[in-house]
Design a protein around this ligand. Sequence first.
Ligand SMILES: NC(=O)c1ccc[n+]([C@@H]2O[C@H](COP(=O)([O-])OP(=O)(O)OC[C@H]3O[C@@H](n4cnc5c(N)ncnc54)[C@H](OP(=O)(O)O)[C@@H]3O)[C@@H](O)[C@H]2O)c1
Length: 337
Amino acid sequence: MKVLIIGGTGVISTAITRELLARKADVTLYNRGITPSLVPEGARRIFGNRREYATFERQMAALGVFDCVIDMMCFLPQDAESLVKAFAGRTAQLIFCSTVEVYTKPAERLPIREDNPRQSICQYGVNKALCEDILNQAHQRQDFQTTIFRPAYTYGEGGTLIYALGDQTYLDRIAKGGSLVVPGDGNCLWVTCHRDDVGLAFVNAIGNTKTYGKAYNTCGDNWMTWNAYHQTVARAIGAPEPRLVHIPSSLLEKLAPHRYKPRAYIFSYNYLFDSTAAKEDLAFRCTTSWEQGARRTYAWAKENGQLGKSEEDTFHADLVAAWEEMGEALLAQVQGG
Ligand SMILES: NC(=O)c1ccc[n+]([C@@H]2O[C@H](COP(=O)([O-])OP(=O)(O)OC[C@H]3O[C@@H](n4cnc5c(N)ncnc54)[C@H](OP(=O)(O)O)[C@@H]3O)[C@@H](O)[C@H]2O)c1
């Protein structure tokens, strides 16, 4: 089995690479060599930037043919077009890592299945849907067999955990018992999946004829509210119960336009996806609980000096103080009146 991964050292793709090497596949990784690699020896490494399209296409042509190419880093229609140029007739199968952000939100029908409408509310999702269309057209032309993955939130060691006001200092903030800003009332549903479970499903798709021309949600099955998400992380790492500070999402968009607004859609809708197809065709299973996975991710970050320094984030502290002062003043005014 000769497989090329564009990426291969990132959060999800590390699990794919590891699983392929464990199965003794012939693995080539293509990336810029910037992300620190947590994958074992054994894969051939080719370096380059896939956005330098002409060079990328020349580099790929020189590599010969593959049984499968997995693209983890295709975000723009131009990326997908270049991918087709590079691999039409040069790979039997093309696995594209899309996202659940392609779906219309709020969804008219829950849980969201693969045939739900794809009118995304964010540019990221719009572009991923365009990439899907380009790769499905290539499938129709028989340039290669296309398989699409739409992961929901996927995390793992080597990365951090998602937080509305800044992922990089989240683990330190929660470990130190700091306040956490939670958009809205924190009762929207969210779901997490450890990357090892998602990575296994990708590998099970290789050469699997059932997956040709199909798309698959890969989403955890541990739905929880955002409040429970934070409470579980605190419990997992032995931190104090977090003090959750609820601020309306629409206000946060104005207060923190750079760090909150671009991802506000994540925190404002229920993330309920149906992964039955992946369970049936790819033996996709969620084997790591959120508590176990959060503990492992924290332990890795601590051991590798990646916890961040939450006290340096003065904006966060100022925002919480201003919000609480305003709340007290409002209460005094209403009760006084
Ligand atoms: N994690 C989630 O919650 C989630 C959910 C839905 C969808 N996704 C999708 O998952 C994919 C991300 O997968 P991941 O977690 O494995 O990746 P990742 O953690 O973002 O890592 C990126 C990988 O691609 C390489 N890379 C980045 N830019 C590149 C470029 N211009 N040219 C060549 N290589 C490049 C990186 O290595 P270098 O830095 O060394 O180049 C690394 O190997 C994306 O397509 C995303 O849309 C993720």
